[in-house]
Write a protein of this length. Structure first.
Length: 166
């Protein structure tokens, strides 16, 4: 299992303390992963910030095609991802394979499509006397904290819209 951190296009070992990852159904350690050090977190944020300028200027078509490619890769590796998700969360493999993996791929496909349909105005008003609009303004690097349950789905819900928006 790959346990390295992706920082500035390079896979590196974490310099922080080791963190045990447990299979809650079996009560055993699956793997130990070294956490990122503060310096590594800073380096990752700097790398993301440096990449932001170019990524924010990509076209909706370019971002959509990449999101669709990610969805295809998720499906191609569905069995492997379902096994990891099942072991990590203690949930039945069949639930991860048949429910979560297709839904995760669909999140990327949804945002690939939504990314190309952003016209601005939304149908209907949310508050009387106010106009509802969507405006694409990439704001920069974000950090996201997700709870332990449904970790792959949480990643999809956070990464796909951020990538789609630029």
């Amino acid at each position: 299992m790959q346990t390295k951190l992706l920082i500035n296009g390079q896979l590196v070992n974490g310099d922080g303390p080791a963190q045990a990852v447990f299979n809650p159904a079996l009560g055993r350690v699956l793997v130990e992963i070294n956490e990122a050090s503060e310096a590594q977190v800073d380096a990752a944020v700097r790398a993301a910030d440096n990449a932001f300028e170019a990524w924010s200027q990509t076209t909706p078509k370019e971002r959509s095609l990449l999101l669709l490619k990610l969805a295809d890769i998720i499906e191609t590796h569905g069995e492997e991802l379902a096994k990891l998700e099942s072991d990590n969360c203690g949930k039945p493999y069949s639930a991860a394979l048949n429910d979560e993996i297709p839904a995760i791929a669909d999140v990327f496909r949804f945002f690939a499509g939504a990314n190309r349909c952003m016209s601005g105005a939304l149908g209907g008003e949310y508050l009387p006397g106010h106009t509802s609009m969507i405006r694409r303004d990439p704001v920069g690097v974000i950090a996201s904290i997700a709870p332990w349950n449904y970790p792959l789905m949480m990643v999809a819900w956070k990464i796909a819209p951020a990538l789609a928006a630029g």
